[in-house]
Design a protein around this ligand. Structure first.
Ligand code: CTP
Length: 412
């Protein structure tokens, strides 16, 4: 029995299919789960049955397939509750725009949506749709709502589509979905490229108080750092996220410590860093704090107000200087001369890897483009969603941690 089968054996998955051409990928996905010892119960919408037969899914899962809210095989017509109660996870693949809209809106008008709304277990969805449907503002709004409600979105990928167009919206390949879901099914630290590793991530802005109602901060949303934490957790790591104030939900399986100032973040990092294997500093840390923070609100005066600012500790620099240090990854947000400033920053901070981006393209946005700098050169990660970039960054870290693999990597 392979390692992954050993950890997935006996796990119970509810696999939902909605109506899309990518339904054929659900057949291979079922085969992969069944092969790994997972008990797969399939639920299909009416539309899904137009793309792939229930007989195929029944044969591959080895179990009856359910399509009807009023299925007489379930006692008391409680299919919408019973079918998910004993499951460890619900995966909907492929998930259409319509399905995501209905779940985001709390609708429950067929078997699959009622199961999702009455579930106690995590819900993961792998979207599959045309590029224009994916980028439709209503769809992106629904994706964000689902994420806020704790639903994990897997993909989509960029590529050729059944309609003949090309772009973002293609369902991830069955092997990719399997790997991401397997990590979550197995539980943190059990499977994945970072299984058994501890990862510490800083994210978001820091806030330096001036008086009880004012302070100095920056426009970081925390989205990149949270995506990195999610990607590391998906890869099987035990992730601790030390975060400044953001409006974001904690990614599933990640532990979060909330902090306000750079000094708080420094203390929390130094307290927790000893056991970490990897440190990824994504936070936009204020370089200065106000000396002599006022106890009461400063009143408007006639002349100028002068603030006395003193430097904050360099958190990444402090971790990188430890005798027994984790693998350190820094981020750099620049507004100009990206390449020159980023390489200089990596060498100054003495870290093996730095991910650089242009601040004006990154702050507050859902997508970004990164350039990774390491000893072997420069690696461009073209514009993509922050979670996709975070997964690519994690894959790059995994590759760098493999003994003697770095020298063969292509650089530019
Ligand atoms: N960083 C940190 N502690 C600080 C400042 C930055 O840990 N006090 C980390 C950030 O999380 C990021 C990296 O260092 O990973 C680079 O951040 P940046 O603000 O670009 O670097 P600075 O060293 O502050 O350089 P400058 O502001 O002069 O560009």
């Amino acid at each position: 029995m392979s390692g992954i089968s050993a950890t997935l054996e006996g796990k119970r998955l509810l696999l939902g299919l909605t109506g899309g051409v990518a339904a054929y990928k659900a057949a291979e996905l079922t085969r992969l789960f069944v092969k790994a010892g997972v008990d797969v119960r399939v639920v299909m919408t009416d539309a899904a049955t137009r793309f792939i037969g229930t007989a195929t899914m029944q044969a591959l899962s080895g179990q009856p397939v359910f399509t009807d809210l009023w299925d007489a095989r379930i006692p008391d017509h409680m299919a919408h509750i019973e079918l998910s109660r004993d499951r460890d996870l619900i995966l909907v693949a492929p998930a259409t725009a319509d399905f995501m809209a209905r779940v985001a809106g709390g609708m429950a008008d067929d078997l699959l949506t009622t199961l999702c709304s009455a579930r106690r277990c995590p819900l993961l969805v792998a979207p599959a749709m045309n590029v224009e449907m994916w980028s439709n503002p209503a769809n992106l709004r629904n994706v964000e709502l689902l994420q806020r409600d704790g639903v994990t979105i897997l993909g989509p990928a960029v590529g050729d589509q059944a309609c003949g167009e090309t772009g973002l919206g293609r369902m991830l390949e069955p092997e990719q979905v399997f790997e991401l879901v397997a990590t979550q099914l197995a539980g943190p630290g059990r499977t994945g490229a970072l299984a058994g590793k501890k990862v510490l991530v800083t994210a978001g802005p820091t806030f330096e108080p001036i008086d009880p109602v004012r302070g100095i901060t920056n426009i970081s949303s925390g989205k990149m750092g949270y995506a990195v934490a999610q990607a590391a957790a998906e890869a099987g790591a035990e992730v601790l996220l030390i975060s400044g104030s953001t409006a974001l939900a904690v990614p599933r399986g990640v532990r979060r410590i909330d902090v306000q100032t750079a000094q708080d973040m420094h203390s929390a990092v130094m307290k927790n860093v000893a056991k970490q294997d990897i440190f990824i500093a994504v936070a936009a840390v204020a370089d200065y704090h106000v000396v002599g923070r006022k106890e009461h609100k400063i009143k408007r005066g006639k002349g100028n107000l002068t603030l006395d600012l003193a430097p904050n500790p360099d958190i990444l620099g402090a971790v990188a200087a430890l005798a027994k240090r984790p693998f350190c990854v820094g981020f750099a947000a620049e507004t100009e001369n990206l390449r020159e400033y980023a390489q200089a920053k990596r060498l100054k901070k003495n870290i093996p890897l730095l991910a650089a981006n242009l601040a004006q393209h990154a702050f507050g946005k859902d997508d970004n483009a990164l350039t990774l700098f390491d000893d072997s050169g420069e690696h461009i990660l073209p514009r993509a969603s922050k979670i996709d970039l975070a997964r690519q960054l994690v894959a790059h870290i995994v590759e760098m941690l493999q003994p003697k693999r770095g020298v063969t990597r292509k650089s530019r």
